[in-house]
Design a protein around this ligand. Sequence first.
Ligand SMILES: NC(=O)c1ccc[n+]([C@@H]2O[C@H](COP(=O)([O-])OP(=O)(O)OC[C@H]3O[C@@H](n4cnc5c(N)ncnc54)[C@H](OP(=O)(O)O)[C@@H]3O)[C@@H](O)[C@H]2O)c1
Length: 238
Amino acid sequence: MDMTIKTLITGADRGMGYELALELGLKGQYIYVGSRNLACGQAAVAQLEAAGIQAQAVQLDVTDHESIVAAKMSITNLDILINNAGIAVDHETKPSELSLDAIRQDFNVNYFGLIDVTQVFLPLLKAAPAGRIINISSAVGSLTLASDANTSIHKLQASGYQASKSAVNMFTIKLAAELEGTPVTVNAVNPGWVDTSFGGGGGNRTVQVGVSRTVELATSDALTDSGTFSDIDGIVPW
Ligand SMILES: NC(=O)c1ccc[n+]([C@@H]2O[C@H](COP(=O)([O-])OP(=O)(O)OC[C@H]3O[C@@H](n4cnc5c(N)ncnc54)[C@H](OP(=O)(O)O)[C@@H]3O)[C@@H](O)[C@H]2O)c1
């Protein structure tokens, strides 16, 4: 019987998604590299294979239900789903002036897309011995931190993106509650401000640090945490 842990990462062709594929692959997991552009996913897989990792490119646009369903057709077993794909369209825009179109774009990928992918793959995760869902959220979606005038998050002007991550947190709590008593865990992670091309770049953390909490959750033995929001320093307030 093949005991290899099989992991699907959305948005894994670059940024933190690629780093997760690399680190989890090097730890022996079989990686399904989800990418909306198949050629980019195949290029990532070629690099992973060169590093000795077993990986397969899967075309997966999280905003396209047919693409998600087609992706599932090529996967028969899945232990871990990492909902990593994300965008931030609204920058430095006051909430009073934010376009609804920008908010909708953020929500389509970060929230509705994440839910669609999770619902489609949940049957496979339920069939696994210990399914894990890890939602890449952000501390900027923390209502507690955003309402604290002493934090930088209070001053940040990206309320569409921020709300989409608050919504991801709520989905994490509710799905974890629904799955209580089953082997499937559901957790949200804050990577911190990470130096990828996301949001114009310039983050103060390396991708290696940014993915470290997710790698912990994806590799720890007998994970019992569920319904949590955490980063490398511990629990993040909702
Ligand atoms: N970087 C940070 O400081 C930071 C902080 C907190 C949270 N996060 C979160 O961390 C996650 C990864 O961010 P990152 O910094 O690695 O960003 P990134 O380098 O910009 O990578 C984003 C990934 O998401 C993919 N993506 C975008 N729209 C998609 C769609 N519709 N379907 C499938 N994939 C899609 C992109 O694919 P393409 O190559 O096709 O564009 C890319 O692979 C995101 O959820 C983000 O919100 C980032």
